[in-house]
Ligand binder design. Structure first.
Ligand code: CA
Length: 229
């Protein structure tokens, strides 16, 4: 796995150098900028995983850097503020900073916040999100919350209808026999009652295929059902 890269935007060389050493010691790659303009440029043009942004900066204030960065990137931003800058903190969070630290701060706390903010960063969550949804053309199924949408319009399904659709979508391009569907969606308890599948497929078709005039769930005569590309 590639190292994560952190951009430090801080004009005070002593603080910047201290942070750089600590972060490198923790295994991060580090990029530095010593004024707002340079920070903005690097924040936009480089592949950065998190930005530590001081508020009091020459050329362009931290608030302005933060505001402009948010037009380009969702990268997590932790602001560094002076102790009594309450209004700056509020403003900073309002314009899209994710967190702030008040100077002077304990490095352990900053490191902890860096880990948290990188973890919840959109960049690191795309994979999870993709694993949690199934797509077939305009039909999207969100596994986590039993939600199904066709063309962004929500389709109301019962739990079993949802599970049947999920099973069919998960096994796209595979012919699924009624017995197999029964076993995997309903469990062994229902062994033998394969006409149940036909009833539920009919429900799904009336809510999806017929409603949107599409032909998603196909019958394979004498065998079962399939969703085919
Ligand atoms: Ca400063």
């Amino acid at each position: 796995m590639k190292g994560q890269k952190i951009l430090i935007v801080e004009d005070e060389k002593k603080i910047s150098r201290f942070l750089e050493l600590e972060l490198k010691y923790e295994g991060y790659e580090v990029e530095t900028a010593y004024d707002g303009r340079e920070g903005l440029e690097k924040g936009i043009s480089e592949d950065i995983d998190l930005i530590i942004l001081d508020l009091m900066l020459p050329k362009l204030s931290g608030i302005e850097v933060c505001r402009r960065l948010r037009n380009h990137t969702e990268v997590p931003i932790i602001m560094l503020t002076a102790k009594d800058d309450v209004s700056d903190k509020v403003l900073g969070l309002d314009i899209g900073a994710d967190d702030y630290m008040t100077k002077p701060f304990a490095i352990e706390e900053l490191l902890a916040r860096i880990r948290v903010n990188i973890k919840k960063s959109p960049k690191n969550n795309t994979e999870d999100e993709n694993n949690n949804l199934l797509k077939y053309k305009d039909l999207v199924l969100f596994k986590d919350n039993y939600r199904v949408e066709y063309n962004d319009e929500e389709i109301e399904l019962t739990k079993k209808e949802f599970e049947l659709l999920e099973y069919l979508m998960m096994n796209k391009n595979i012919v699924l026999s009624r017995d197999k569907i029964l076993e995997n969606v309903w469990g062994y308890d229902y062994f033998g009652e394969t006409n149940l599948i036909d009833v539920y497929v009919r429900y799904l078709r009336s809510k999806i295929d017929q409603k949107y005039n599409v032909d998603i769930i196909k019958t394979v005569r004498g065998v079962g059902y399939i969703i085919r590309d």
